[in-house]
Design a protein around this ligand. Structure first.
Ligand code: SAH
Length: 185
């Protein structure tokens, strides 16, 4: 498990308590989905999005192994459709892990336009005290453009309502991942 991911989880822990609602916007191999399901607890709810059947089946298997299937809804649709799946509910935590599926098809990546739409959708359904974490990778084609889109989307959120922070390595070579975190006050 890469360290920056763990850092995102630490931030999520402060916002997502037992019985809460969380969204995994990019479930991939399901590591974050299992983490969110554990953190939300038996009474909690997790919605997990991915557009690749392989990702959804990997996540399903991981949830079954962990015994968390009951509290998670897997959604085979892009995260830009988040709002229609909330049914008026708000989220305590939304996690994005951008880029491609580790061990999967590197040609299928999250894209600037849809990522931007999904972040705005997540901002629109975030509870007070809730958090959005976005792991951003810039080393693959389109990655730098996506990072720009994330920054532009997050940087203009009103400062009275949101804290927007960026965590980045100052001492790592070769396009280290970045973490952007949006907290609703
Ligand atoms: N969190 C995962 C890794 C995510 S990889 C883990 O811990 O293993 C990024 C995932 O985003 C890929 O599985 C890819 O299929 C998915 N993806 C790409 N575009 C998407 C979109 N528009 N909506 C939701 N998921 C998307």
């Amino acid at each position: 498990m890469k360290k920056p991911l763990l850092f995102a989880r630490e931030l999520v822990c402060s916002a997502l308590k037992a019985g809460g609602l969380a969204v995994d916007a990019t479930c991939g191999n399901g590591h974050d989905t299992v983490f969110l399901a554990q953190q939300a607890g038996e009474q909690g709810t997790v919605l997990a999005f991915d557009i690749q059947p392989e990702a959804l089946s990997n996540t399903r298997r991981r949830l079954e192994d962990a015994g968390f299937s009951d509290r998670v809804t897997l959604i085979a649709q892009g995260h830009e459709h988040l709002t229609e799946h909330m049914h008026g509910r708000n989220a305590d935590a939304v996690m994005f892990n951008l880029g491609y599926l580790p061990g999967g098809n590197h040609a299928v990546v999250t894209k600037a336009e849809t990522t931007k739409a999904a972040i705005l959708a997540a901002v629109g359904i975030l509870n007070h005290g809730g958090i959005i974490t976005i792991m951003v990778y810039t080393g693959h084609p389109g990655g730098k453009e996506e990072y720009q889109a994330v920054r532009e989307t997050a940087a203009v959120l009103p400062q009275r309502e949101f804290w927007v922070l960026e965590y980045k390595f100052l001492n790592q070579q070769n396009d280290p991942p970045l973490l952007v975190a949006i907290t609703r006050l």
